[in-house]
Design a protein around this ligand. Structure first.
Ligand code: PBG
Length: 327
């Protein structure tokens, strides 16, 4: 194929023809909207670095979740802010913990919506790490038991899917086994399989009040320089019973998404994290980027790279724009 026989511009002449030959498509069906739930009533605390996102009490959360569902978004992902933090993150697996309360409330009032819960300890521990700390180190195996308890408590409250984000070795198997033993063998696991130790999580740590109080997460989250290792992580999680796998962050890790999708052909989620959202919001506020177009381009690129699902703080805004475009 060469010029002048082949003229690629022929198929770019109008929006109608471009629409016909478009490869990657965006739809609200692919979005998952994250929420941060806090104790109290009537609580709406805006998260400074994530405009439009708030820490919400359960009553306010239910309202926002209803609105989210009405936009055609099929799923939400819940993070909790506990009343108190302690060394082992007790509220994470308490029957009446904040996420457990939120799940019950949503399930009672919104139908046809998938409630996914983030299974981790960092928002609940006084030291802010994702596991049990002994002598300044995050211990892997003692953490597994706690993560399994978190997952079971979420599923018992009615969560449709659990999403472990801690990056401990063996946690998918531990969670699968605990769910099955509790008669929750129908609950799927979305594993944050390739989760990197990323600076792009900065705004989230403000939102979830989950910054580590000493050190960082590089002894359990992945080194941003590695991609073969991501495939090993995904293989391991699938082997342990993960139903879907996630790559996180998204935008700086499109090559990982591509490799994971090509290699395994399983449902792959991408988490377009807080820092990706914040960068665009900030640039748009300064008038340096067109927010709507850049948002759609970012999300389309994530789809093109191989993501089936996208967890994104833009879920509602993008769903609204897509809906307008259809008209
Ligand atoms: C908890 C968790 C984090 C994110 C999702 N789950 C933070 C972290 O690992 O420090 C980040 C999400 C985001 O930045 O939007 N382990």
């Amino acid at each position: 194929m060469h010029y002048p026989i082949y003229r690629p511009r022929r198929l770019r002449q109008s929006e109608t023809i471009r629409r016909m030959v478009r490869e990657a498509r965006l739809s609200a069906d692919q979005f998952v909207m994250p929420f941060f739930v806090a104790h109290g009533r009537g609580v709406r605390r805006e998260i400074g670095s994530m405009p439009g996102n708030h820490q919400l009490s359960v009553d306010e959360l239910v309202r926002e979740v209803k609105e989210t569902a009405s936009l055609g978004i099929p799923a939400v992902l819940l993070f909790g802010l506990p009343a108190e933090k302690d060394a082992v993150g007790s509220e994470a697996y308490a029957r009446d913990g904040i996420v457990q309360q939120a799940v019950r409330a949503i399930k009672d009032s919104v139908s046809d919506l998938l409630v996914v819960t983030d299974v981790c300890l960092c928002e609940y521990t006084s030291h802010g790490h994702c596991g049990v700390v002994e002598r300044g180190r995050v211990k892997n195996d003692p953490t597994l038991e706690l993560l399994a308890k978190v997952a079971v408590s979420h599923a018992e409250a009615g969560a449709d899917m659990v999403a472990p984000s801690d990056m401990m070795d063996g946690r998918v198997a531990a969670i699968r086994e605990a769910l099955d033993e509790s008669g929750l063998e129908e609950t799927p696991i979305l594993a944050y399989a390739a989760k990197y130790a990323s600076s792009f999580y900065g705004p989230f740590r403000e939102a979830a009040e989950s910054a580590p109080q000493f050190g960082d997460r590089r002894a359990y989250q992945m080194d941003p320089a590695n991609s073969d290792e991501a495939l090993r992580e995904v293989a391991l999680d699938l082997d342990e019973g993960a139903d879907m796998v996630m790559v996180k962050p998204a935008l700086a890790y499109l090559d990982i998404l591509w490799r994971v999708k090509a290699e395994f052909g399983v449902p792959v989620a991408a988490y377009s994290v807080s820092g990706e959202f914040a960068m665009l919001k900030a640039a748009a506020r300064l008038g340096w980027l067109d927010e709507e177009r850049t948002m759609l381009e970012m999300l389309t690129a994530i789809r093109r790279a191989g993501a089936d699902l996208i967890v994104t703080y833009f879920a509602r805004e993008a769903a609204r724009v897509l809906r307008q475009q259809e008209r």
